[in-house]
Structures are given as structure tokens and as C-alpha cells.
Design a protein around this ligand. Sequence first.
Ligand code: MN
Length: 229
Amino acid sequence: MTLDTYRQKRDFKVSPEPAGSARAKAASQQQRKYVIQKHRATQLHYDFRLEFNGVLLSWAVPKGPSLDPSVKRLAMQVEDHPIEYGGFEGVIPEGEYGGGTVMLWDNGVWSPEVPDIAAALQKGDLKFRLDGKKLHGSWVLVRTRGFGGSDRSWLLIKHRDQYASTQDIVADEPRSVKSKRLLAEIAQAGGGNVAKAATGDPVEPPPVPSKAPSRTKKPPAKKTAKARS
Ligand code: MN
């Protein structure tokens, strides 16, 4: 795995995206980075990235992740990205590869639920755990030959666990984990196309979450499932 394809597609004199260090640092075995970037390019998609062997393995997920285990989300594998890309939020100039606005939608660490990551990738069945700010618990990426026979087609699926739910996480949490901004606000600050970026934001965005939510109302008392004898 190299970053050649990543670098060939980009002009780093024009785009603020990182070129990546010449030599990838040895990946820490304990703390592998995980990141999802919401990217309003030609099409809105979510770039799902897992650190492995000194690069970020990358998949473009058009609809973003779903917390519902019955929902399978198409994930097209794209070129490996440099580790530093995981910190990128900003505007890629129009006309450049991936031109548009990039938001750091989620980040954290991931850990494999398989003994051999390389073998699981080759097999096309990678089970893993996410410990992000938005996503948690057990997930799987499974390769499918169903979409035109491309070996780059995978499905991203939530496993059943305590973090599975029917909540629409991409609609409910549209802001950056880095800056709390929406796509339009990132585009505005970076001199990008605000109107185009805004098409990736919800029509009525929820308010910016505060760090210490004020609790004016007490939540309703939980119904206990105590059996009466
Ligand atoms: Mn992208």
C-alpha cells in the first residue's frame, strides 16, 4: 500500500489537503485512528477511514453510516490516504480532485475484531469496533460483488449491540466534531461555494450542542419493568 494514487490525483500547490509525510510512521498497535469526513463534492458522501499500516484505508459511503443493523450502506473503497488527512477540514478548490467542502464528522479509535486485519481485508470481511465521538460499538465492512462486479464495492453494516438503534445519526448530528460547524459555515470560512455546501446540511439544523447541557426539565421517570407478585 502506498500513497502514490492519492498524490497523483491532487495538486498540493492548489489544494490545502496534506501531501502526507514521505515515510509513514509505524502504526501504533493499540490506538488506530478512525475518522469520517463528510464531503460535499460532486455528490455528498461520507469518507470512512481506518488507520492501518501507516495509512488511512478509505471508503466513500454515499448515505453515511446507519446505526440500524438491518440497513446496509454501500461503501466504495477509494485510494489510501495519509494519516494527516484525518485532521483535515476545509475547502478543496473547485476543479481540483474532490473539489468541495470537507467536514470532520466523527473521529476516534478503532480496533479489529479479527485476529489478522490484512487477511480479513483480503477475504472481504472486516469486523471491528469503533470508539468515536458519534459512532460506537461493533461494525462490519463486507465486500460485495453485487454492484457491477467491482471488487471496490463493500457494505458497511452495524452489528447488533447496545449501540445499535433506529436513530438517524447523520440527520441528527450534522455538525463537525472539530469545530461544531455545518458544511456551509466551513465553506464560508474557507472561501468555498457556500450554496453548494449548504445542500449537504439539513434544512433546519439542530442547535449547536453545548458542552454542559442545561437541564430545565427533568426527564420522565423510567418505567420499571418490575413484575408484581
Ligand atoms: Mn471524498
